[in-house]
Design a protein. Structure first.
Length: 304
């Protein structure tokens, strides 16, 4: 295999017209350059340069090899420039997983900030359910993913590297005409007489409601089951009951409802950024995490 440094030396001699000029340019001794060129000729098996009165000129083989060297070195320079751009975030790709409540509230703020800082980074954002987000992380379909957990069902830190972004409080949704709508804070124990609107049976907010009510000393009476938080808000606005929801789920609030704080009487969930322990992280992923945490500092209070 030809040595690329010797090819570069040959090209300098051909373009500058002498070994001495090439040596001066590179800070080598003329004898050192000559020695490297002789080794290159041995590898090729034929002479590459011939001496004339005014310097060195290439043989036919020297012309051919110098032309190839020019192309190879141009491609190498382009490769180094591309890698430097990626390292410096001049370009790159980022595949990110998220879930609907965060994708419809906090994440757009982060993406807007990140794109202003790094406009050449291509973002591929995939919103899905928790189980699919885990699968995409494990398979490498996404390098980073936003996840959530509650205190009774923590994600194993040995499974992924986890960074907490903020706490997402659980809040009460009531109709604007509801007597509780005038309250800024309320405790779960005061809600024993209410009828509840919940998500489908397997949704985590059902367990949040059950645990919160049990801790407050009562069993919730379920009036309706909704397909999503927007439907739950609509049912609440019609006076069919009250509901629980993470704060991020009610950023886009229905005009007919009011959000009331439950303080610590209902559990919050952790919003986490996860990546595989064994993953070599790209510069774009490191930069996105930094932006995410910066934005979280500014907006975390909105979700308490």
């Amino acid at each position: 295999m030809l040595d690329i440094k010797r090819l570069a030396l040959l090209l300098d001699v051909v373009e500058l017209g002498s070994i001495t000029a090439a040596a001066d340019k590179l800070g080598y001794s003329p004898s050192g350059v000559s020695q490297q060129l002789r080794r290159l000729e041995q590898e090729i098996g034929q002479p590459l340069l011939q001496r004339q009165t005014r310097g060195m000129i290439p043989t036919e083989a020297g012309h051919v090899l110098a032309a190839h060297a020019r192309k190879i070195l141009r491609q190498m320079n382009a490769a180094e420039a591309d890698l430097a751009e990626i390292a410096g975030l001049g370009r790159g790709n980022l595949a990110l997983g998220t879930f609907p409540t965060l994708g419809g509230s906090f994440l757009p703020i982060v993406i807007n900030t990140f794109r202003k800082q790094y406009p050449a980074i291509d973002l591929d954002v995939r919103s899905s359910r928790f189980e699919h987000l885990i699968e995409m992380l494990e398979s490498g379909q996404v390098g980073l993913s936003l996840l959530w957990d509650y205190e009774w069902n923590r994600i194993d830190p040995e499974r992924f590297s986890l960074t907490q972004v903020f706490d997402d409080a659980t809040a009460l949704i009531v109709a604007k005409e509801h007597p509780l709508a005038r309250r800024k804070h309320i405790k779960m124990a005061e809600l024993a007489s209410q009828e509840w609107i919940v998500r489908g049976d397997n949704h985590p907010v059902v367990e949040v409601l059950q645990r919160s009510c049990q801790a407050a000393g009562f069993t919730p009476r379920i009036a309706f089951r909704a397909n999503d938080y927007q439907e739950a808000q609509a049912m609440v606005s019609a006076g069919l009951g009250v509901a629980l929801a993470p704060r991020t789920a009610v950023v886009n609030k229905h005009p007919g409802v009011t959000i009331v704080s439950l303080g610590t009487t209902a559990p919050s969930r952790r919003i986490l950024l996860a990546h595989r322990h064994d993953r070599v992280r790209a510069a774009a992923e490191v930069a996105f995490q930094a932006t995410l945490l910066e934005v979280a500092k500014l907006h975390a209070a909105d979700f308490r």
